[in-house]
Design a binder for this molecule. Structure first.
Ligand code: URA
Length: 214
């Protein structure tokens, strides 16, 4: 029941011609945008020396699903956006295959600056950058993770297991279900792994609908 004083207030607003009540801007989105801006000058590790743009992450600040890759490549370094090169095109197709758009998930990486010649990020680089990712996760509060490739999976799950082992089961990262599949760049190099990736995506999709209903 609407309280009398509130109703009177609303009627007064209506009479004065105000038909919509101001709704605050998307706070999570604003928070992420502010942080992305703040970190553009980061110099916490050597990767900052070679970057064109820091690649903070992008997508739905309220995403149910968070996708985590390894680190920017050449196209991402130039554009400042994650997964926009060849591997990114494949990621977009992989998501579309399970009926997700890039816009409804949130996409980030273990490191936010491009490693030289696309080498794997070093342990100290991952460690320096991890607080930024953990901060993003704490803002977005996703209900599911998809880790793309061994670097993301081993770093976040603190594991030395192989891709074969990590893909076998559902994990928990910060109490949230996490799945592991091949990195799209690895799939471009090894197209015969696509069958396995498809099986991973189907498992992921099935679990998504279970979690959505719970
Ligand atoms: N590979 C990644 O892991 N992340 C990107 O953003 C691009 C390529």
């Amino acid at each position: 029941m609407i309280n009398k004083a509130i109703r009177q207030q609303l009627e007064l607003l209506l009479q004065s011609g105000i038909k919509e009540i101001y709704s605050p801007p998307d706070q999570k989105g604003q928070q992420l945008a502010d942080l992305a801006q703040q970190y553009q000058s980061c110099q916490k590790c050597e990767l900052s020396q070679g970057r064109t743009k820091l690649v903070y992450g992008e997508g739905n600040p309220d995403a149910f699903i968070m996708i985590i890759g390894e680190g920017p490549g050449a196209s991402e370094d130039l554009s400042g956006r994650p997964f926009v090169g060849k591997a990114g095109e494949l990621l977009t197709k992989m998501l579309a295959a399970i009926k997700f758009s890039r816009e409804e998930v949130y996409i980030a990486n273990i490191v936010k600056c491009r490693p030289p010649s696309n080498r794997n990020p070093l342990p100290e680089e991952r460690l320096a950058c991890l607080p930024y990712l953990l901060e993003q996760i704490s803002i977005i509060q996703p209900r599911m993770f998809l880790f793309m490739g061994l670097v993301a999976a081993q770093t976040l799950l603190r594991s030395n297991e192989s891709m074969g082992e990590l893909r076998q089961r559902e994990h928990l990262f910060q109490n949230t279900p996490a799945f592991v599949t091949y990195h799209p760049a690895a799939l471009l190099r090894n197209p015969n792994w696509k069958h396995g990736a498809w099986a991973d995506l189907q498992k992921f999709e099935k679990r998504y609908y279970q979690l959505r209903e719970s």
